[in-house]
Write a protein that binds this ligand. Structure first.
Ligand SMILES: Nc1ncnc2c1ncn2[C@@H]1O[C@H](COP(=O)(O)OP(=O)(O)OP(=O)(O)O)[C@@H](O)[C@H]1O
Ligand SMILES: [Mg+2]
Length: 478
């Protein structure tokens, strides 16, 4: 058996390095580039934040402005003597810096999303390729809903649910540090106090919600598979459903898996969003208290205004950064089970020489020979074929007759090289069906299955199943 979902669960510390190993070199470089751009963006934020101080100082008291070293130098460069003339250039400079910083942030956001999307596409294609290359017994042992949910639900979230949040965390941490350094220059005590207060609060929330996020995430991953298998059963057996009138049975069992899934999604959403509102209220309180304290110091509110302005702006920046870091972290924790499954699918082995050009079709000239062929589906299951000896001359027709479950389909799957007998051998013109010979043999086999599969396309495309439209010879189809 090849279980697709392992409920044991590997920790993120093991999964994340494995994910990194599955990124192409190009994607890794892009990841680093996005993170570097984010760091530069954080630097600009800091500059924009830092410039608020001289700016407000000039507005409050233009005559004092020249005491600031930066302002004085700027005035010298611009050839300005009257400090009042500084107000307009400073405003323009301040606004300009803010606009550039915002523009850079937008660019970083865009790059980050683009990276996540492109990487998600890479990983999905990789998983699909590897899945399609798995030998037939692997496919038989899995339910298709596990595989489909693996690709559609699990691998799907790796880009947006893991890689992008990692970038967001790095960006926010750099941003938080940049803002903290700026605040330190303004008032170290207040900066440290604010950080310990807000940072500590988020740390507590993280510890409290960690297990819940993880548990909900695992539940979602499991239920997503069940939702799909329910849909597949209901729609796949639609003839029986219609004949037996079992619609309520199917809808009820659908509801039973869908409802807890959605509840878990909702819970996670709440955990991710809720701290923001609490922290905003705390932020308002902090500003109010500080304003009160500072206004009682020498110089009153007017003297404290630059400090308060920087603090308000710092808080306005630091809270979203903290919230972003927390939300991103929660997102990754709640996607652990998804990532686990995605890594498992990404680590499906590829057969040797899978990317070599397919060998040309080579059928039988003389005889297909079964020699003492025995086959069973698993070690602990009864033999389905036992000691089969059979010569099938080229050009002959053969009918296999037997009751339901007697092994006719199994015999044909062995004949086609889809299943390998545990004992004995199948040979074509004296050449045993090994991996090498198997591919050229299979290319020569035409197969009409017991359960036919019609793709949702034209008749011609169905006949030429899996080959490009341009390869279809319409005359031969007709
Ligand atoms: N994937 C599988 N895993 C385990 N056992 C299997 C699997 N597929 C078939 N079997 C078992 O192997 C035996 C032979 O099945 P097979 O499908 O070859 O019979 P069949 O002769 O084709 O039947 P039918 O006439 O219904 O098509 C059956 O007992 C069946 O239960
Ligand atoms: Mg059969």
């Amino acid at each position: 058996m090849h279980p697709v979902i392992d409920t044991g669960g590997r920790p993120l510390s093991e999964l994340l390095p494995r994910l990194w190993a599955h990124l192409s070199r190009r994607r890794r470089r892009q990841f680093v580039a996005v993170v570097l751009a984010a760091v530069v963006s954080a630097g600009m934020e800091m500059a924009s934040l830092g410039s608020v101080l001289p700016f407000i100082a000039v507005l409050v008291d233009p005559d004092m402005a020249l005491d600031h070293a930066i302002v004085a130098r700027l005035a010298g460069v611009l050839g300005i003597e009257s400090t009042r003339d500084l107000v307009i250039p400073l405003t323009v400079g301040f606004v300009g810096l803010a606009v550039v910083a915002a523009g850079f942030r937008l660019a970083v956001l865009w790059l980050g999303i683009r990276f996540a999307v492109a990487t998600g596409a890479d990983l999905n294609a990789e998983v699909y390729l590897r899945t399609l290359h798995q030998p037939y017994p692997v496919h038989m042992s899995r339910s298709s809903s596990e595989v489909i949910s693996g690709i559609v639900d699990k691998v799907e979230v790796v880009g947006g649910g893991v890689l992008y949040p990692i970038q967001c965390i790095i960006t926010s941490v750099v941003m938080i540090m940049a803002i903290l350094i700026t605040l330190m220059l303004v008032n170290p005590l207040v900066a440290v106090g604010t950080m310990i207060g807000f940072g500590g609060a988020y740390a507590v929330i993280s510890v409290v919600s960690r297990h819940r996020l993880r548990r909900h995430g695992t539940l979602i991953a499991e239920k997503q598979t069940l939702v799909l298998s329910n849909l597949q059963e209901g729609l796949g057996g639609i003839r029986d459903v219609l004949l037996d009138g079992t619609q309520p049975v199917f809808t009820e069992s659908y509801r039973q898996v869908d409802r807890p899934l959605r509840r878990a999604v909702g819970d996670i959403q709440f955990i991710v969003t809720a701290p923001r509102f609490v922290m905003e209220a705390v932020g308002m309180i902090v500003i109010a208290v500080l304003a009160l304290v500072l206004s009682r110091q020498v110089g009153g509110v007017a003297g404290a205004l630059p400090v308060l302005g920087a603090l308000a702006l710092g808080g306005q920046r630091i809270l979203p950064a903290l919230q972003m870091a927390f939300a991103s972290w929660s997102m990754i924790v709640s996607k652990r089970a998804h990532l686990d499954e995605a890594i498992r699918l990404l680590e499906q082995p590829l057969p040797e020489g899978y990317d070599e050009e397919a060998p040309t079709a080579r059928g039988v000239d003389d005889v297909v020979r079964f020699r003492d062929v025995s086959f069973r589906y698993a070690q602990d299951e009864p033999w389905v074929l036992e000691g089969i000896n059979l010569d099938i001359p080229a050009g002959s027709s053969l009918g296999v007759v037997g009751g339901t479950g007697s092994g006719k389909s199994t015999l044909l799957d062995v004949f086609m090289g889809l299943l390998t007998p545990q004992e004995g051998s199948v040979s074509i013109d004296g050449e045993v069906l090994t991996d090498r010979r198997c591919r050229s043999w299979q290319r020569a086999v035409a197969h009409v299955p017991q359960h036919i599969f019609l793709a949702d396309t034209t008749i011609a495309n169905n006949i030429a199943f899996g080959f490009g439209e341009e390869l279809i010879d319409v005359d031969r189809v007709v």
